[in-house]
Design a protein around this ligand. Sequence first.
Ligand code: THG
Length: 261
Amino acid sequence: MEAIGERINGMFKAIGKAIKEQDASVIQDMAKRQEEAGADVLDLNVGPAAEDREAAMRWLVESVQEVSDLPLAIDSTNVDVVRAGLEVCENEAIINSTTGEAEKLNAMMLLAAEHGCSIIGLTIDEEGVPGTAEGRMEVALKLLTAAMEHGIPTDKLYVDAVILPVNALQDTPPRVLEVISQVSMLADPPPKSVIGLSNVSQGAQFRSLLNRTYLVMCLARGLSAAIVDVLDEELMDAMIAAEVLMNRAVYADDFLKAYRK
Ligand code: THG
């Protein structure tokens, strides 16, 4: 599984402050810590508070690529903010994200095609998040069709089935599992699946337990990638154990150490 580090996000107090004060060392430190903890990709989100979000995204991308060569997930729902990030991004990039809403879908797919990058598509359309797995799959198909129309290889699309907090919407986690199992059957080469794992436990107790339990359930359904707190060591251990048990990582007696190498 590709682990996308979630911690460079303006919703975290210290990161929001660093963005505001243009203190690159805080951001760069978090980039390095996540890379050392096993991140395969770093998610960059300027958060809700940034004044000029395009400038903030440019600054985040430039700061992070000074210290890391990892692919960067440019996390914004706004086309102009994503474009600003892509313009200065020299590392590999992933657009995070488009929805299935016609205008945004077209604009984001154009950007992905122009930059030759991967793109995450949320199963959200003009009516919001469909309440059923079938409804989410319909949007997934729309995302896939748009990618193909723009000449984007099908395996450069990540379908995000939109996991929501279990304390508010308890029927969502099993529905998202169904979508994860079905996404890989949509095309050949198969589209990838991704979730923003920590959403599942927002506002709940025992967050880390909920996160790692749900991650293992998703991995059993073939999840390709997840935006996660890579600094949560028990979460990463559970991910590694599940990868071994799914025969996606080679077994060794000390499999935690072997995988981390
Ligand atoms: N899908 C995609 N991208 C996403 C999400 C998704 N990007 C953003 C988000 N969801 C994934 N990232 C986070 C980052 C942090 C938290 C949840 C998801 C989080 N933050 C603490 C909270 O809200 O309680 C903040 C605590 C603090 O302030 O210190 O849980 O679903 N494609």
